[in-house]
Design a protein. Structure first.
Length: 85
């Protein structure tokens, strides 16, 4: 039986996804690079919060799906077995 994904592992996935997305946003968009210096820019007010919300939803969904697919028999029950004889 495989191990369930913990909330700490989901948090680590969220942190890595967010950091990677931030680096890629800055690496490929010169507009974002120019806006990083201003705390009141759309980058900090719209882009970063929306990315955090989207990544959080994705990390929680990944945890749910992983735990659902790998741990089907959570209670250890085998179901009802009919004895014949």
């Amino acid at each position: 039986m495989k191990k369930r994904m913990s909330w700490a592992a989901a948090g680590l996935i969220l942190l890595l996804m967010t950091a990677l997305q931030f680096v890629l946003d800055l690496g490929f968009s010169s507009t974002f690079r120019n806006e990083v210096g201003s705390i009141h820019s759309d980058f900090w007010l719209i882009i970063v919060p929306s990315d955090l919300v989207a990544n959080t939803i994705l990390a929680v969904a990944m945890r749910f799906v992983y735990n659902r697919l790998t741990c089907k028999d959570r209670a250890g029950s085998q179901g009802h077995q009919i004895e014949r004889g």
